[in-house]
Design a protein around this ligand. Structure first.
Ligand SMILES: [Fe+2]
Length: 245
């Protein structure tokens, strides 16, 4: 069976639609989202509706959480804070309630899906380094963990000798899963990549062949850029879509 993964859509409707069209070409059993449906982008309501309509099981990202907790704003930088205030003002009660109901993690056979980190006390810690990954592997009870949060696509591989290797997903990636190893896969960001590649990212796991693919796709960045500027969101959020950083 094939399972699709998306993450960090961040209210980018054009990127979300493109990713789902791409994943739709494969015979997928289901699609999961590793959090942050909203925040930063100009179409949060539409993205929540599409995720819901397509039965995409989603875990809670820090921006999804912040929609329902203004006290969380202090953890954001100025741009993120401005954007989450805008997002709160532009979401329906229905969409807000959906975001509130998201779990911190979910598990299917052999795969744990979470947003930032596998720790209930600090679920939004980042995995940015080998040391962070080693810490997170300690709490991974399945062979594969799928996450997002940093918007940097790639894979940490835990070897039986305790060593951890990092493989970048900056330009797409195909990886055969070995039964001896454990994996933490950052599926990258659909709607706001930060790994110096402006192309969106998503992933597919084939549980029959045990092959993981991280896919990169181009989408209509210009339309999203225009909407961010027109709707009064911080211009930096438009600019970074062009640079992918
Ligand atoms: Fe995010």
């Amino acid at each position: 069976m094939k399972i699709g993964f998306i993450s960090d859509v961040h209210g980018n409707l054009e990127a979300l639609e493109t990713s789902l069209n791409l994943l739709g070409k494969e015979s997928l059993e289901s699609i999961f989202c590793a959090g942050d449906i909203v925040g930063y982008g100009p179409n949060p309501e539409e993205c929540v509706n599409i995720i819901t309509k397509n039965n995409i099981k989603t875990v809670m990202g820090n921006h999804d959480y912040a929609v329902n907790d203004a006290q969380f704003d202090e953890y954001f930088n100025t741009v993120a804070r401005e954007a989450i205030i805008w997002t709160r003002e532009h979401l329906s009660i229905h969409a807000t309630d959906i975001l509130k109901s998201l779990p911190l993690s979910t598990t299917l056979e052999g795969v744990t899906i979470f947003h930032g980190f596998l720790n209930e006390k600090s679920p939004f810690r980042y995995i940015l380094s080998i040391a962070d990954a080693i810490d997170c592997f300690k709490n991974l009870n399945t062979q594969i963990g799928v996450f997002g949060h940093s918007h940097v696509a790639g894979c940490f591989v835990h070897k039986p000798d305790g060593g951890v290797e990092y493989i970048s997903g900056q330009n797409s990636l195909t990886l055969k899963v070995s039964h001896e190893f454990k994996y933490l896969i950052n599926v990258g960001s659909v709607g706001q990549p930060r790994d110096r590649n402006p192309a969106g990212a998503c992933a597919i796991l084939d549980t029959d062949t045990m092959i993981i693919r991280i896919l990169r796709f181009n989408y209509d960045i210009k339309s999203v850029y225009k909407k961010i500027m027109e709707r009064g969101l911080p211009p930096f959020l438009a600019e970074r879509l062009l640079s992918g950083y």
